[in-house]
Design a binder for this molecule. Sequence first.
Ligand code: HEC
Length: 153
Amino acid sequence: MINPSRILAGLALGLAAACAQAESGPLKDYDPPLDPAFAEQIRQADLEAGAAFFERKCSQCHDGFKEGGDFKGPHLWNVMGRKAAAREGFRYSPAMREVKRTWTYATLGYYLKDTETAVPGREMNFVGIADDATRANVVAYLRTLSDAPEPLP
Ligand code: HEC
């Protein structure tokens, strides 16, 4: 005998799995929303802490100064609002070229949380910043590396 409540339970499980899957994945297939709590952390960010983190963990590969250029990683001046893999002359990985999204609070926050999940096969040898507040500080700092910083979220 088929038990209808079992079928319903199975459907619910399947739906839950589908929803869980849709909440992450490679950026090329997944357009992450800006989590309101993360947006608030960006508004409250400690810019000095973000700059210090960048200096310690990113600057060995990335130049953030206006008059800078590409290094091991691409120049990050004006990165927010720019398409992924858009620095002319920089040799991006095929994985990064596939992303085809614009760097925003949401996509930068997502990428920098877990770089391999966001861009599988990326050539950036940096795992990510798991702590939301620390990552918000860094994203808020990246915002300032710009001729015309975007409005805060
Ligand atoms: C060991 C070197 C290295 C470190 C450390 C590193 N990056 Fe990168 N980053 C790269 C490389 C190389 C790429 C290009 C990746 C590719 O093409 O797959 C990249 C790409 C990026 C991009 C995409 C840029 C674009 O033009 O699309 C951003 C944003 C970024 N890095 C931010 C950061 C931040 C912020 C940090 C520190 C928290 C950091 N990176 C640490 C090497 C590094």
